[in-house]
Design a protein around this ligand. Structure first.
Ligand SMILES: [Zn+2]
Length: 299
């Protein structure tokens, strides 16, 4: 994992700002570059007495909890994402808010979002699969709403340890971000990765968490969604069997069900995706430990 450590300049900026007024805002003039669709892993080394730490990115905010309270350093970790549908290249603010002896503090950084080329896929599918009946459209609308509610979680948390557990051992058969054309019509970008899995392959939870939603949806088939806290949710689709219930706690690597070919698929596989506050980003760097991490030394 590549690590970028940002400390000295910001430390002094913060000190001068803190000296000036109680509600301190400092800004970091060091743009860090991330590609749209790729995960943004951040470690925050906070002042020892900092509490109620929140992070804001792309107008979305999440509450963080301390990584390890037994550690002498006050460390918070989080994993943010941007998705190909909503994010545009440019310079964006990343803000951290916290309380220090009940005084509100803020620090601001700049992240440079750049574009990344993702592949294009042209598929020919049965017209029945692209033209949805009125009943199916109503069903899909309801299911999309349920998914949206589940992924907009606000549970405080920390980022799971990287690398994440690979849900199935099979190779990638379709990457994240691929533009899909069904019968010549643009149908959006692939919001996760497809992994080879013969029906009945055990599917493992990618990290510790709590099952937030399961069901059998028109697109996703039988699926499990796990809330990992701090806005991060994982999504496992097209399963033949799920063996966890909503509200159940799961450990990284525990079997949550079996792979299959339920829902809208052209063959058996696992569709696996990760979302931060509804922004679906590429899970592959987290499974392969190639994610870049920023370490922000605030304290
Ligand atoms: Zn897929």
């Amino acid at each position: 994992m590549k690590k970028i450590i940002i400390s000295f300049l910001l430390f002094f900026l913060l000190l001068s700002a803190v000296g000036a007024k109680a509600d301190a805002t400092a800004s970091g003039d060091i743009p860090v570059t991330f590609q749209i669709g790729q995960p943004i892993a951040i470690d925050l080394i906070m002042p020892g007495n900092a509490e109620s730490v929140r992070i804001k990115w792309q107008d979305l905010e999440t509450v963080l909890s301390q990584k390890d309270s037994s550690n002498s350093e006050n460390i918070y970790t989080c994993l943010l994402g941007t998705d190909l549908k909503n994010a545009k290249p440019g310079l964006y603010k990343l803000e951290v808010f916290w309380l220090e002896d009940n005084v509100a503090k803020t620090i601001e950084y700049t992240i440079n979002l750049t574009t990344k080329e993702y592949p294009i896929e042209k598929l020919t599918v049965s017209p029945k699969m692209t033209k949805l009946s009125k009943e199916t459209m109503a069903r899909v609308k309801k299911e999309t709403e349920m998914t949206r509610t589940a992924i907009r979680t606000n549970t405080p948390g920390t980022a799971p340890t990287i690398p994440f557990v690979r849900p199935v051992p099979g190779k990638y058969t379709s990457p994240y971000g691929k533009s899909r054309y069904f019968n010549g019509q643009f149908r959006g970008r692939h919001g996760g990765v497809d992994m080879k899995a013969t029906p009945g392959t055990p599917i493992k939870a990618t990290a510790d968490g709590t099952v937030v939603l399961t069901g059998n949806f028109w697109f996703a088939g039988r699926f499990v969604m796990i809330n990992h806290g701090a806005g991060l949710v994982s999504f496992y689709c097209h399963m033949s069997k799920t063996n966890v219930e909503e509200g159940q706690k799961v450990d990284a690597g525990s079997v949550i069900g079996l792979s299959g070919q339920s829902g809208r698929v052209t063959g058996p596989h696992l569709h696996f995706s990760l979302s931060w506050k509804g922004q679906f980003f590429d899970p592959r760097p987290l499974l392969e430990n190639t994610t870049e991490k920023i370490i922000l030394q605030i304290g």
